[in-house]
Design a binder for this molecule. Sequence first.
Ligand SMILES: NC(=O)c1ccc[n+]([C@@H]2O[C@H](COP(=O)([O-])OP(=O)(O)OC[C@H]3O[C@@H](n4cnc5c(N)ncnc54)[C@H](O)[C@@H]3O)[C@@H](O)[C@H]2O)c1
Length: 245
Amino acid sequence: MLLKDKVAIVTGGKQGIGLGIVLALAKEGCNVVVSDLQQKGCEAAVKEAEKLGVKGLAVACDVSKKEEVDKMVGEAVKKFGKLDILVNNAGIFPFVPFADMKEADWDKVLDVNLKSVFLCCQAAAKQMKEGGKIVSISSIASIVGFEGLVHYCASKGGINGMTRAMALELAPKKINVNAVGPGAIDTPGAQGGSEEQDKQTIAAIPWHRKGVPEDIANAVVFLVSEKADYITGQILVVDGGWTLR
Ligand SMILES: NC(=O)c1ccc[n+]([C@@H]2O[C@H](COP(=O)([O-])OP(=O)(O)OC[C@H]3O[C@@H](n4cnc5c(N)ncnc54)[C@H](O)[C@@H]3O)[C@@H](O)[C@H]2O)c1
């Protein structure tokens, strides 16, 4: 087991990519703090993780609010006595044409997707010892444009920049900071497109399929393990080759 007796926080961990990460960490022996907006969803995810033989903690937390983030990290450390891993996964991607985008639309996406990473990393890094690992879920939208997602693309580009700068500042403490950039992944949050849009997306992906949460979770497990000790400040794109053309 790659992560036996480690302790990880996963934000937005009740479904989709976050839940995939929670279960992949648990399979490697890692205790998991599942954080999401609603306590009930966190508890259900913890239950699934505990079936794999690890301990879990469910903590409702809106990651865009500093008091809630500080409390969540505090509860994690109180329960497990340490924090080894933070996975910043919580995120939203509401499509809004740029011309119609309200200031409130912009603020919401930037707060949930980007400010949250600042808040969670700062609170978590204070608790981490040498060997701590931070991974943020960015997106291929940080490197290519998507119509209707100007605010989202900005937030994910921001994560990439923060990842590199935080990696430098946390290097003296030997805390690794990296990001994973998913392509199109089948999750509850990514439903709602038409069949035709789905077909077009799959046709554009050299691997000829959408990703599943496990595809992203496998990359996260690697980056938070000792096998990635010498990797920091990197954005690992996991997209079946979509952005190669
Ligand atoms: N699905 C994709 O194709 C895809 C592609 C690239 C990147 N991503 C990124 O992966 C991450 C997970 O996406 P997903 O597809 O699993 O989405 P999802 O909507 O299925 O899950 C996201 C989770 O985050 C939670 N969340 C939302 N706002 C929150 C907040 N303020 N505080 C705490 N939790 C909050 C939601 O409740 C939900 O459980 C996001 O950061 C997303 O931007 C997804």
